[in-house]
Design a protein around this ligand. Structure first.
Ligand code: GRF
Length: 192
């Protein structure tokens, strides 16, 4: 792989499936001078992803891949990433699991944000599970992506207290605010 640091910003794609609040946050971060990355592409697996509006708002190229057979889709995504010289993938609320082949073939780094203190609560409904188990703390994790769901090496993690009055919705809001701090910090940590 080419050297990732230097004067030029690292060409980055963000993969989304939903609201895209992390996407918006990463785009804003990418625009500050000290950011090591630029956001050059947004990929969604569904045309319904609300976050796609940020592609228009910030004039970033977007591409929707909503084919049923994801392995064919992955080949197309890899070609596109090569063409666009993308070296860094940020998953932000992307609801598909990337295959081992995709991860091996991509010439760069892939990271993800997950709304729990991994290795606790991999997968979905993290906040409901934390509330149900009467956990005292929750948080979020940015980690490298491997072919096993939410299992790659942790880059950074942030923790918050779960209040006595918290339910899964209020906890989700709190953790999302934390995610918006954590993702840029994790990106800085990788490239500095
Ligand atoms: C975040 O909680 C993220 O950790 C999880 O999905 C949610 C996406 O939120 N993987 P948004 O689309 O970035 O607002």
């Amino acid at each position: 792989m080419e050297k990732l640091t230097g004067l030029k910003k690292i060409k980055t794609v963000v993969f989304i499936s939903g609201t895209g609040s992390n996407l918006k946050n990463i785009i804003k971060f990418s625009k500050i001078k000290k950011s090591p990355i630029s956001i050059d592409l947004i990929i969604s697996n569904t045309p319904q992803a609300k976050g796609l509006k940020f592609a228009d708002q910030f004039k970033i190229k977007k591409k929707i891949f909503n084919h049923k057979i994801f392995s064919n889709t992955e080949k197309k995504i890899l070609l596109l990433l090569k063409k666009e010289r993308i070296k860094f993938i940020c998953l932000a609320g992307f609801m598909r699991v990337l295959s081992k082949e995709f991860i091996k073939k991509f010439d760069g780094i892939i990271i993800n944000i997950h709304p729990s203190l991994l290795p606790k609560y991999k997968g979905l409904n993290t906040h409901r599970r934390a509330i149900k188990n009467k956990d005292k703390f929750s948080g979020c994790t940015v980690h490298y992506v491997t072919a096993t769901l939410d299992s790659g090496k942790t880059i950074l993690q942030k923790k918050i207290k779960i209040g006595a009055k918290d339910n899964h919705a209020s906890l989700a809001k709190k953790v999302l605010r934390l995610e918006h701090m954590l993702y840029p910090e994790a990106i800085m940590k990788i490239f500095n």
